[in-house]
Ligand binder design. Structure first.
Ligand code: E4P
Length: 214
């Protein structure tokens, strides 16, 4: 499973990029608004830091508007992937964009049927929101399993991005469920490194080494 960063914060992306293991970035209008910057400007800066799919979301809700925005954004750089909300017009737009070779990421997916429709439209990626489903008392990880089964049954090429990841256990769970990618907030990425026994082990090794040198 690959890891994308789910942020529009350039400092976080620079730090993540320095690891050499982050293969993409997802943004959404809330994340861009949090930075208080222009969408295209932020996206172009991200493109210069990470060589992989960079998701930028359209604001329009109608088919024509979504296609227009998607065409404008996709012209900026080949790595830009257009995030389209899971609606009737959204699926129409994804079908049009995929026929033009424009990469898409169907977002706000909360059911297996929505993921099926996205795959039928030729979406490059689908983003089921694990954490937000959990918040409503449903099982977000189980949704990943369902989508994986359906995509495997019919050999769909659409990749599953497990989104709305809230903690490190989610990452393990979606990896086991077969997600192609987990898009994680920077905080979760840092939490994935941590284990008290790793810290204790390093301290003990260093203490033993120092003791031997006395
Ligand atoms: C990513 O594609 C989504 O926009 C993001 O993961 C949503 O996460 P949230 O539910 O924490 O806002």
């Amino acid at each position: 499973m690959e890891i994308f960063l789910d942020t529009a914060n350039i400092e976080e992306i620079k730090k993540g990029a320095s690891l050499g293991i982050i293969s993409g970035v997802t943004t959404n209008p809330s994340l861009i608004a949090r930075e208080g910057r222009d969408l295209k400007e932020v996206v172009m800066e991200i493109v210069s830091l990470i060589d992989g799919p960079i998701s930028a979301e359209v604001i329009s809700l109608d088919y024509e508007g979504m296609v227009r925005e998607a065409e404008e954004l996709s012209k900026l750089h080949p790595n830009i992937t257009i995030k389209i909300p899971m609606t009737w017009d959204g699926i129409r737009a994804v079908k049009t964009l995929s026929s033009k070779g424009i990469k898409t990421n169907v977002t706000l997916v909360f059911s297996a049927n929505q993921a099926l429709l996205a795959a039928l439209a030729g979406a490059t990626f689908v983003s089921p929101f694990v954490g937000r489903l959990d918040d409503t008392g449903h099982d977000g990880v189980y949704l990943i399993e369902e989508i994986k089964t359906i995509y495997e049954n019919y050999n769909f090429k659409t990749k599953i991005i497990a989104a709305s990841i809230r903690h490190p256990l989610h990452v393990t769970q979606v990896a086991k469920a077969g997600a192609d990618i987990a898009t994680v907030p920077f905080k979760v990425l840092t939490q994935m490194f941590a284990h008290p026994q790793t810290k204790e082990g390093i301290e003990k090794f260093l203490a033993d080494w120092q003791a031997m040198k006395k």
